[in-house]
Design a protein around this ligand. Structure first.
Ligand SMILES: Cc1cc2nc3c(=O)[nH]c(=O)nc-3n(C[C@H](O)[C@H](O)[C@H](O)COP(=O)(O)OP(=O)(O)OC[C@H]3O[C@@H](n4cnc5c(N)ncnc54)[C@H](O)[C@@H]3O)c2cc1C
Ligand code: SF4
Length: 546
């Protein structure tokens, strides 16, 4: 922990005068011309893209990130208000299909510097060692070309940089966190009480929310607006955890730039840069290497939209792997009513988790498992929960006025990777004339069984805590996969170091490279995988331009 500042100074580069943005750092940012050949250009400035940018800038590389959304300023752009936060989501058109189509938008993707982590909840669990070997161990899904041990030190690094607070973690590879657990509110207390009565282990954390002061980032004030972009700067997102340090080390972040195509030289087979649109004007940025980090939907879409004579079915798609094995976690949500007031809005939604049901249980009719966490929806999301149960009109009004009496838990079920769950290009085009993504999703029987099992455990916990009524809805959360990491090009798009098999100077460093998802929230693993890829890139390059 002691050397975190020497590795990443972001928290100390934020202002300590009550404002949240270091404007001087942005104004003095190094700016490259389109014709400058960058050492590496990153597409997308979210969880994966920002970590890569910061690591390479620190190593002296000439790097820039082109980001489709704005360079957020928490002081002026964010409000502690559910209805006023819709601009944080990626709401451009996308087509959904399959037998269980997944609605896309607020619950699964973001835009702007910081990416989806700007409005993610803040849970940062590690994957379990078993997640890297589920085909060998459980006969389902796929094995990763790396092991948990390959990521352990990167998990530790990122946990210190965010930083993460939580109790000593007994599951997976047992470990502790750099910061002590936060105190819990009413929802967390009920989860702990119900779990205890049933002999289920539940623990406080792990959350990337400052518990104490960290650099110039203040303590959490427990107002519960984590999913609206924390105005306090207490919740981690790359906008405050990695971008300031990247800028201080000479990286450029170019916001409002939509990348439309990766250019590959037909003769050499190497990427030469990217086409992008800024202020309606098409442009081209030269680069010696390119890394795509646009999220599980936009990364496959960009590859497919970068088809050429050499790659007629889409860039890196010779073996029809691009867009496939896209996963979403089944995320049923169960609410319980208590006579006493719970006031679940009075704390961060991420508080308490349980991973007792994470691993395959041979006694159960399904493989793999689920985790359970507090979710604490604010009023609009609470209305969506109640309406999804079929309540409307007077009944909906009654549930809404009873809001302070409700507690809410959510599960994350490990849906399995399936080749048919994929992104392809739709007929429909966006405002740049580019085909939008068509995301097709169908659950398998294992997925459906996991959802039912998770629902039943959550209902038991809330009943054990004293709830007199429980209501459950089905939802989805978190998308990963779509350009997965594999041992060879017949089974995936990138190798263990996130380098594409087809184009030697093209990398993918976001959630799309994950071959499985466990029942853990993915952001920490995306950052750890990227930090490892960055180390390998830096090690392999030897020297770079300055
Ligand atoms: C409501 C919500 C709650 C969540 N809660 C949690 C949680 O508690 N814990 C957790 O671990 N995860 C959570 N997540 C998921 C987590 O935020 C994502 O898994 C993670 O941010 C994905 O990282 P990424 O690098 O793949 O993509 P992102 O972080 O989404 O970054 C992609 C970036 O690329 C940009 N981009 C896309 N296409 C282009 C293009 N063509 N040109 C230029 N830029 C482009 C986008 O604008 C975006 O900024 C949550 C997500 C949401 C939406
Ligand atoms: S509860 Fe804490 S982390 Fe969440 S938005 Fe408020 S200050 Fe930020």
């Amino acid at each position: 922990m002691s050397d975190v500042r020497t590795r990443n100074e972001s928290a100390w580069l934020l202002p300590n005068d009550g404002t949240r943005t270091n404007h001087a750092l942005r104004q003095d940012m190094r700016c490259f011309a389109d014709g400058d050949e960058l050492d590496l250009l990153v597409v997308g400035c979210g969880a994966g893209g920002s970590v890569l940018l910061q690591r390479l800038a620190r190593a002296g590389w000439k790097v820039a990130a082109l980001e489709a959304g704005p360079f957020w300023d928490p002081d002026t752009d964010w409000v502690s208000d559910e209805a006023g936060s819709h601009h944080l989501y990626w709401t451009q058109p996308r087509v959904i299909s399959g037998s269980d189509p997944v609605p896309l938008g607020s619950n699964n993707s973001g835009r702007g510097v910081g990416g989806s982590m700007v409005h993610y909840a803040g849970y940062t669990p590690r994957f379990h060692p078993s997640d890297f070997r589920i085909l060998t161990q459980d006969g389902v899904g796929a094995d990763w070309p790396i092991d948990y041990d390959d990521l352990r030190s990167y998990y530790q690094e990122i946990e210190e940089e965010l930083p993460v607070a939580g109790e000593k973690w007994p599951w997976g590879d047992p470990h502790s966190y750099p910061y002590r657990p936060h105190p819990v509110g009413g929802n967390g207390e009920l989860f702990l009480r119900g779990a205890d009565k049933l002999g289920i282990t539940a623990k406080v954390g792990p959350v990337a929310i400052v518990n104490g002061r960290f650099g110039n980032r203040p303590h959490c004030i427990y107002r519960g607006f984590c999913l609206q972009g924390c105005k306090v700067n207490a919740k981690a997102s790359p906008l405050i955890t990695h971008i300031p340090d990247a800028l201080a080390h000479g990286a450029e972040v170019r916001p409002d730039c939509m990348v439309t195509r990766v250019e590959v030289d037909e003769r050499t087979g190497r990427a030469t840069g990217v086409h992008y649109v800024r202020d309606g004007v098409p442009r081209f940025q030269k680069a010696r290497m390119v890394a795509i980090a646009g999220y599980s939907i936009e990364t496959p879409r960009l590859l497919l939209n970068s088809a050429s004579k050499r790659f007629p079915d889409g860039l890196c798609n010779d073996f029809d792997q691009v867009g496939r094995y896209l996963m979403v976690q089944g995320a049923p949500q169960t609410a319980g009513r208590f006579d006493a007031e719970v006031r679940m809005y009075k704390s961060p939604p991420p508080e308490v988790s349980c991973e007792d049901f994470y691993e395959t249980d041979p006694a159960k009719p399904y493989q793999r498992g689920f985790s359970i966490q507090t979710v604490s929806p604010l009023p609009i999301t609470w209305a969506e929960h109640v309406a999804a149960q079929g309540h409307w009109g007077a009944a909906l009004r009654e549930y809404m006025s009873d809001y302070v009496h409700w507690s809410c838990l959510g599960a994350l079920c490990e849906f399995l990777p399936q080749a048919g769950n994929r992104v392809t290009l739709a007929e429909e085009t966006d405002r740049h004339g580019l085909p939008v993504a068509n995301f097709s999703y169908s659950q398998c029987e294992n997925d459906t069984n996991l959802m039912k099992a998770a629902q039943s455990v959550m209902e038991d916990i809330l009943h054990a805590a004293g709830a007199d009524e429980v209501i459950t809805i089905d939802r989805y959360a978190h998308l990963v996969g779509g350009a997965r990491m594999a041992a060879d090009e017949r089974h995936g798009v990138v190798d263990a170091g996130c380098r594409t098999f087809a184009v030697p100077n093209l990398y993918i460093t976001d959630g799309s490279v994950l071959p499985t998802q466990g029942s853990a929230n993915p952001a920490l693993t995306i950052m750890a995988v990227t930090a490892r890829a960055a180390d390998r890139l830096i090690g392999a390059a030897g020297c770079v331009s300055t």
